[in-house]
Design a binder for this molecule. Structure first.
Ligand SMILES: Cc1cc2nc3c(=O)[nH]c(=O)nc-3n(C[C@H](O)[C@H](O)[C@H](O)COP(=O)(O)OP(=O)(O)OC[C@H]3O[C@@H](n4cnc5c(N)ncnc54)[C@H](O)[C@@H]3O)c2cc1C
Length: 319
């Protein structure tokens, strides 16, 4: 069988592409290496989205949430229910390893080979942590994914980073009895920190419940300590049990490059036509947050939901 479209990645945007393909009577298959909306499944258990639920809706299917900003569990229910009830054609726990283009695409996965006229890459950015590249980063006490606060009770925890993930992890672990020190490269928190969370972290720092070192950079991590350069250029070493390295994540650039997509500039922005989302490889499209390259704050669900319609319109117009 030759599919009209193979969609790589069953995140919110991959699902949206499938719904759009279905609406236009195109044959499609989503190939997802984990469960449905795997990135969301791996989010911190008690996280709250910065978007209100209506901004996370796909295909105009209402997302009813009990709070203005939904949490991980509600979002999992929403997206997985859509996949189930709309009977989306999705293969799970199957990783796409290689895409080759001849006249049509050959998509090679961990389980099978498939053929398609068009391919959409909607692989997101949550699989590859942005490493600090310091000695000791590979110690088991250094975590790049934070799940929940309870393991850190009465522990000396260093939280690295300045955006939502770091702030949420610092506040949650502090409230479960951890002794928290934040180490932040910049001179302030990221502008994207949720507006209702920002005063909380600022006040905890002001009252010294949470220690924070701005303009500071981690130098080394040892079994019992963390060493960093502070804002005066002085090297400090503090006792430490766990490091939550909330330093962001990156798209799989190797996969994009091996698929023939040009990466441009310092942010390694993948090339695509801004009206159609088609890359420099004809009939190969990008959708969702993968489009931002290293700038992972550029795209989110809210503003990339539109990609599905742009892509499918382009495919239909070519047909
Ligand atoms: C903690 C956190 C909170 C966020 N909160 C918000 C928010 O409030 N509002 C908002 O709009 N955005 C938010 N985002 C940003 C972004 O919208 C989400 O990351 C969203 O999941 C992106 O959707 P996506 O479909 O583009 O990518 P993802 O949801 O990341 O989906 C990509 C999928 O591709 C799969 N995949 C990857 N490689 C392969 C492969 N080779 N083969 C097969 N499958 C593969 C992955 O397993 C994954 O399921 C948040 C992000 C994070 C990390």
């Amino acid at each position: 069988m030759i599919f009209d479209i193979i969609i790589i990645g069953g995140g919110p945007i991959g699902l949206n592409c499938a719904l759009e393909a279905k609406k236009n009577d195109l044959s499609y298959l989503i190939i997802e290496k984990g469960t449905i909306v795997n990135s969301l499944y791996n989010y911190p258990l008690y996280m709250t989205f910065f978007s209100s639920s209506d901004k996370l809706e796909i295909a105009e299917i209402p997302f009813i949430s009990t709070a203005p900003k939904p949490g991980r569990r509600e979002a999992l229910e929403y997206y997985q229910t859509i996949a189930r009830q709309r009977n989306l054609n999705i293969n799970l726990y199957e990783e796409v390893l290689k895409i080759t283009k001849n006249e049509i695409f050959l998509v090679e996965t961990s389980k099978n080979n498939y053929h398609a006229k068009n391919v959409i890459i909607a692989t997101g950015f949550y699989d590859i942590p942005n490493l600090m590249n310091v000695k000791g980063e590979n110690l088991p006490k250094v975590l790049h994914y934070y799940k929940e606060p309870y393991p850190f009770a009465k522990q000396k925890v260093a939280v690295i980073g300045s955006s939502n993930s770091a702030v949420d992890a610092a506040l949650e672990t502090y409230r479960k009895g951890a002794e928290v020190t934040m180490i932040i490269r910049h001179n302030e928190f990221s502008k994207s920190v949720k507006y209702w969370v920002k005063p909380d972290i600022e006040n905890r720092i002001k009252e010294k419940s949470i220690a924070a070192h701005f303009n500071s950079e981690v130098v080394e991590i040892t079994e019992n300590s963390i060493i960093f350069k502070d804002e005066n250029g002085k090297i400090q070493e503090i006792e430490n049990d766990f490091v939550l390295a909330m330093t962001g994540y990156l798209p799989n650039f190797k996969f994009l490059q091996n698929s023939g997509i040009e990466l441009q500039g310092d942010c390694l922005n993948p090339f695509y036509n801004q009206e159609t989302m088609e890359t420099n490889v004809p009939n190969l499209y990008l959708a969702g947050v993968v489009c931002g390259g290293k700038d992972t704050h550029l795209w989110f669900i809210e503003n990339s939901r539109i990609h599905a319609e742009m892509i499918v319109n382009n495919i239909v117009s070519k047909n």
